[in-house]
Design a protein around this ligand. Structure first.
Ligand SMILES: [Fe+2]
Ligand SMILES: [Fe+2]
Length: 157
């Protein structure tokens, strides 16, 4: 097994994105009883990923003109997803709006993920070498581990 610390940040971010797709697919199939548990997982995975990206990935993007220009829009899209997550938190799984809102969230996340994996990743690869990307990957994993307890608590607020 490859050492987890040797992964570059782009492959770690991609792995998270694929995980979201799986969680949204699970939520689509879930009955009302399971739906809240699915949402719980979506909330935690998205919140943890977004916070870690902002701290590690987006702050690294600020270092280069080529990548800096993407930060503002990306942060705005995180904010939009956060608003939808909070709206869903107020609903009950039996409510018709629950599934609709999850679908709205899924579309917003898909759009954002596409932009990250296309424009942003390309720009990043032009600015950073493998070593930098691996160091950022280590930072990404460490930061995520540190944030995890706070994110778990945020779901229960
Ligand atoms: Fe993001
Ligand atoms: Fe992302």
């Amino acid at each position: 097994m490859a050492k987890s610390t040797s992964k570059d940040i782009l492959s770690l971010i991609e792995a998270d994105h694929r995980h979201f797709e799986q969680l949204f697919a699970d939520a689509e199939k879930a009955d009302n009883k399971k739906l809240y548990e699915c949402f719980n997982q979506i909330f935690q995975a998205l919140t943890l990923h977004a916070r870690t990206e902002e701290l590690v990935f987006y702050s690294a993007m600020q270092e280069y003109e080529e990548t800096k220009k993407y930060v503002e829009k990306a942060e705005k899209e995180h904010e939009e997803a956060k608003v939808i997550l909070e709206e869903i938190k107020e609903l009950k799984p039996g409510e018709l709006e629950f599934q609709t809102k999850i679908n709205e969230l899924k579309k917003a996340v898909q759009h954002h993920v596409k932009e990250e994996e296309n424009q942003i990743f390309n720009a990043i690869r032009k600015c950073m070498n493998d070593e930098q990307l691996t160091n950022l990957g280590r930072n990404f994993q460490e930061t995520k581990a540190k944030l995890e307890p706070a994110v778990q608590a945020a779901m229960l607020e």
